[in-house]
Write a protein that binds this ligand. Structure first.
Ligand code: B1M
Length: 210
């Protein structure tokens, strides 16, 4: 048994085996980050490569996502620390036009672990909804996620709308997702960029504690 079997169970679209193998790895003392990165996330990368190569299609991608999520659920208690003092509130979502949520959900878990009250707006979130929720929950940070190059412009439009709503004195903006990088974040005027979920928790703390 190794993280390889977790990886293979995601590839085989077998959620029950993913749950069993993740539990077995935890019991064997394998590092949680290794199970996540080398088992679950690496499998999604392979699924993405196969999709790009035309070897697999949207239904399989969807089933892979479902399968991976079952493993993340098992890991969740190990990723969120208990007794962490609350440092602030973050309103987060995947921007309008984008339905990808696995990465954003992992970011939510790590933000909770970093001490944030997380208000998750889900996927395909309109810019107006981010603004309404930030006001309603007195958010310290708005988090914008996207996985598609075609919705990078929506991230930019959402930042512009938040600026126009006059929220920037009280709210910081954190952006992330595979097609984004620090240069893009700087260009659109976001306060922070994080390449992965762990970095998102760290960056969010820096944004509120600075
Ligand atoms: Co889609 N998809 N997909 N997909 N999908 C990608 C993203 C793609 C790269 C696959 C490929 O072609 N190789 C490609 C995008 C290409 C591009 O834009 N350049 C793609 C495409 C094209 C599409 C469709 C257009 C396909 C179609 O319909 N023809 C379609 C779009 C639908 C839409 O959104 N409108 C589509 C649909 C889907 C499914 C619904 C079937 C499913 C998503 C299910 C779900 O999420 N519930 C799906 C999946 C599963 C994928 C891949 C295979 C896996 C994504 C994933 O979960 N990765 C993906 C290929 C890939 O990523 N290798 C692909 C694992 C996850 C842990 O990583 O999401 O990167 P990631 O999150 C990371 C970081 O990015 C970062 O931290 C996370 C954790 O470490 N991060 C943040 C993310 N958000 C952050 C926010 C932050 C900070 C960090 O601060 C706020």
């Amino acid at each position: 048994m190794s993280v390889e079997s977790v990886f293979q169970a995601v590839i085989d679209l077998d959620p029950a085996k993913v749950v069993a193998d993740v539990n077995a790895e935890i019991a064997a003392g394998t590092a949680v980050n290794e199970i996540l990165n080398q088992g679950l996330i690496r499998a999604m990368d392979v699924v993405g490569e196969r999709f790009s190569a035309g070897e697999t299609f949207v239904p399989e991608m969807l089933m892979s996502a479902h399968t991976m999520k079952s493993g993340v659920e098992v890991l969740k208690p190990y990723l969120t620390g208990e007794d962490v003092k609350k440092v602030g509130t973050i309103v987060i979502g995947t921007v309008h036009g984008d339905l990808h949520d696995i990465g954003k959900n992992l970011v939510c878990i790590m933000l909770e672990g970093a001490g944030f009250n997380v208000v998750d707006l889900g996927v395909d979130v309109l810019k107006e909804k981010f603004i309404e929720a930030a006001i309603e929950h007195k958010a310290d940070i708005i988090g914008l996620s996207t996985l598609l190059t075609t919705t990078m412009c929506v991230v930019e439009e959402t930042v512009e709308a938040i600026n126009e709503a006059g929220l920037r004195d009280s709210v910081k903006i954190l952006v992330g997702g595979a097609p984004l990088n620090q240069d893009f974040a700087d260009r659109i005027g976001a306060d922070g960029f994080a390449p992965d979920a762990g970095a998102a928790g760290k960056m969010a703390r820096e944004l509120v504690l600075q």
